[in-house]
Design a protein around this ligand. Structure first.
Ligand code: GLV
Ligand code: MN
Ligand code: MN
Length: 425
């Protein structure tokens, strides 16, 4: 890759595979460089359509150009790069991930996948391919700024809902106005849509964000599917009153009711093989000597199968009804996000498997993704598959997120080999 010492012989790892440690080191450096582009000097936060997003697109475009790709920013703020196959204009294999972050983020969630994709394009730059190769750095996957996730990949997939233009951030700026402030024209958004015949598939490399690969002592895994998720804004309504003067049998304490439900959510989720998380909870009016009359809280539900997740939600809802009846409370629900589970495409998944096998792991581990990814959205327009990379302790959405350079080196080998496997089929 440009900027590295090409004269150093690549070492062999303990499986006898030739690793490109110089490129892995460069990818790690670039992850550090991207992590410094943050709206907060003390922690990493980079949200959709921010000045940091623009700076990241510019830097990523520069690296794409060095890797031999022609670059453009699409109508949704996704940073794209392309090289042609053996004939100009062939359908494209997309490689990529996202460049936005959660608040107080780690430096690998999303970014590592983008940088690996650029490194693959660079490594294969002289390889004749029977498809075009494109790298996409999706503008928005996390939902941090506008609440709704996957905005970049949903634009690319053509599944954009015009109602989203009215979504607003914590300062009241609408998505529509944020597009304009970024220099994008909302009316031109359909220019980002891709048609199925323009694509042959989407491959994404991503840190696992769970501990199963590490527990199994393996650097890489094949993803079988991405969990479906539903997110709700929940409100428990009771009656505020004096903390001293209101007898227990006359209280309608919304926070005690909500707390009972939070515990029930954990129990029901475990019983139904679902992952349920209450990540945010606020009590009102919030006085130390006032019984809480209203509690607003969030619920995130994920499962491998949608019917499992929906059964869990039904049982949580029944439990809320029972708690409210017993405590004289009311319960309100707004569903704020829903993405159904998607399976990885067989042909692409086999290519990921072949890629991992080429690195010396004869029987790669397969696992389903508990985390959401851009493939959820891209699957509306083309098949996708994913390569998972071990991360320490499975820790993610936290500054302690970490990967090792040797794992990045072996991921680069596997990801490149997966692309070549597809090219030879
Ligand atoms: C995205 O990272 C999610 O799974 O919430
Ligand atoms: Mn994430
Ligand atoms: Mn991610």
């Amino acid at each position: 890759m440009t900027g590295t010492d090409e004269t150093t012989a690549a070492p062999e790892d303990d499986r006898g595979t030739v690793r490109d440690d110089a490129v892995a080191a460069l990818i790690m450096d670039r992850c550090d460089e991207l992590a410094s582009i943050s709206s907060d000097p003390d922690r990493l936060e980079r949200v959709h359509l921010s000045p940091e997003h623009a700076a990241t697109n510019a830097l990523v475009a520069h690296w794409m150009g060095e890797a031999g790709l022609s670059t453009w920013q699409d109508a949704a703020g996704n940073q794209c790069g392309r090289r042609e196959g053996t004939t100009p204009g062939l359908p494209a294999l997309l490689l990529g991930s996202h460049i936005d972050t959660v608040p107080d983020a780690g430096r690998y969630d999303g970014m590592l996948g983008v940088l690996l994709a650029i490194a693959v394009a660079d490594r294969l730059r002289d390889e004749p391919l029977p498809f075009a190769l494109e790298v996409v750095a999706f503008s928005e996957e996390e939902g941090t700024r506008f609440g709704n996730a996957l905005l970049g990949s949903r634009a690319l997939a053509g599944t954009w809902d015009p109602a989203w233009w009215d979504l607003h951030d914590k300062d009241g700026i609408t998505l529509h106005d944020a597009f304009q402030d970024f220099g994008l024209d909302p009316a031109r958004l359909p220019g980002a849509f891709r048609r199925p015949e323009q694509l042959i598939g989407y491959l994404e490399a991503h840190i696992e964000q769970a501990p199963w690969l590490e527990d199994a002592g393996r650097p890489l895994g094949i993803v079988s599917s991405i969990a479906g998720a539903r997110r709700f804004a929940l409100t428990m309504l009771g009656h505020a009153g004096h903390a001293g003067g209101t007898p227990y049998d006359r209280r309608r304490d919304a926070l005690v009711g909500a707390s009972e439900l939070v515990v029930a959510i954990e129990r029901i989720s475990k019983e139904t093989d679902t992952i349920g998380t209450v990540g945010r909870l606020r009590a009102f009016p919030g006085g130390v000597n006032v019984i809480p009359g209203r509690v607003e809280f969030s619920l995130d539900l994920r499962a491998e199968h949608d019917d499992t997740r929906d059964d869990c939600w039904q049982r949580i809802h029944d439990s809320a009804a029972e708690i409210c009846a017993r405590r004289g409370l009311q319960f309100e629900v707004t569903e704020i996000y829903r993405a159904d589970a998607v399976r990885c495409g067989e042909r692409l998944r086999r290519a990921i498997g072949a890629g991992i096998r080429s690195t010396g792991d004869a029987d790669p581990m397969t696992l389903w993704s508990r985390a959401g990814h851009d493939g959820l959205a891209v699957s509306a327009v083309t098949d996708f598959a994913m390569l998972f990379i071990r991360c320490a302790g499975g820790v993610s959405h936290h500054p302690d997120e970490s990967v090792t350079e040797p794992d990045v080196a072996v991921a680069l080998d596997a990801f490149s080999a997966a692309v070549l496997d597809l090219a030879r089929r």
